[in-house]
Design a protein around this ligand. Structure first.
Ligand code: UD2
Length: 320
């Protein structure tokens, strides 16, 4: 496989990172995970312990020594470690800058020093800011509306500059609304895990605003696939790609679909719009299709069924 054997996943104990780790181990890679467990969870890695080639290191991406230790001998780095909450970034922008920008820069610099071959960055659709009713393209104006969005934008610019200046093969993936098993359920979690858990409790989903706001919900395993393609694609180097399903779903449709799939006899409740909520966020994924060969495989219905099944099994495991 292009000579890669050992990879590092920062944030590998998190929701998306742990799915990536599972797949990498399944495909025979040696996988080092760096996670400070600020939001990652040990149980996300329960299938990994004792497996050949799996190494877990507890540490912070801002810590040069620990990063140097985990990057040594690695061919590819998937950098997912970050503070991912928009509200937390509004409360504490300095901390989010420190972890998301400083941490990314630290890892990038060590990658150059050590001679890592490729660096795949977990970016975000938050770099686009408010939409105008058409799917986002990578070359759209970038106008983040939260400190979190700014931190992800800085991270992706550093990736591009590290390619231009130092020749490190960086690839940026802009994730849209990722969902699936292991997504945290708590006050800051994604709408899908919140709605499913409320319905499991027999309570109606609460829709903020009129529910006509739309999102592109992409299943976590499709996101893992995008990371694989980004690791191997020759033409992806120095580029940025939207990673979404390419389909738009309103929050009203989502609530209706979940109520139907879970067979709960409730109707959504409407509440005040959330401050700063984006109305329209959908991905144009034609560049990822063309350059990476990315094709999302899991429909919203299938992905929701898998997610519902997981929450049923793990019901009550609430973590914020
Ligand atoms: C997503 C990302 C965030 C950032 C942002 C960039 C998640 C969890 N969050 O935020 O990290 O990248 O995109 O724009 O993926 N809603 C309800 N009821 C609820 C909860 C949410 O109606 O109980 C609505 C909410 O008002 C919003 C939509 O559902 O319109 C999606 O909310 P979200 O928090 O899941 O994700 P989003 O798009 O705000």
């Amino acid at each position: 496989m292009r000579g890669y054997s050992r990879v590092l996943v920062t944030g590998g104990a998190g929701f998306i990172g742990s799915h990536l780790v599972d797949r990498l181990l399944g495909e025979g890679f040696e996988v080092v995970v760096l996670d400070d467990f600020s939001s990652g969870r040990m149980e996300n890695l329960s299938g990994c312990f004792g497996r050949d080639g799996f190494v877990l290191v507890r540490g912070d991406v801002r810590d040069r020594d620990v990063v140097r230790k985990v990057v040594e001998g690695v061919d590819v780095v998937f950098h997912l470690a970050a503070l991912v909450s928009v509200p937390v970034s509004v409360e504490n922008p300095v901390l989010v800058e420190d972890v998301n920008v400083g941490g990314t820069l630290n890892v990038l610099k060590v990658c150059v020093d050590v001679g890592v071959k490729r660096f795949v960055f977990a970016g975000s659709c938050a770099v686009y800011g408010e939409g105008h009713g058409v799917p986002r393209r990578e070359d759209d104006v970038l106008d983040p509306i939260s400190p979190y969005g700014v931190s992800k934008l800085a991270g992706e610019f550093y990736c591009r500059v590290f390619y231009r200046v130092y020749g490190l093969e960086t690839v940026v993936l802009r994730y849209f609304n990722v969902y699936g098993p292991r997504q945290v359920y708590g006050p800051y979690s994604g709408v899908i895990s919140i709605f499913i858990n409320r319905l499991l409790e027999g309570r109606p989903p609460v829709i903020f605003g009129d529910g006509n706001q739309v999102r592109d919900f992409v299943y976590v395993k499709d996101v893992v696939e995008a990371n694989f393609l980004a690791m191997f694609s020759k033409n992806a180097v120095g580029e940025v790609f939207n990673v979404g399903s390419g389909r738009c779903t309103s929050i009203n449709e989502l609530a209706g679909l979940l109520i139907e799939l879970m067979g709960v006899d409730v109707k959504p409740v409407y509440s005040d719009p959330r401050l700063g909520d984006i109305r329209y966020s959908c991905a144009d994924i034609s560049r990822a299709r063309k350059v990476l060969g990315f094709e999302p495989k899991v429909s919203l219905r299938e992905g929701l069924l898998e997610t519902i099944a997981w929450f049923k099994e793990n019901y009550g495991r609430k973590t914020a």
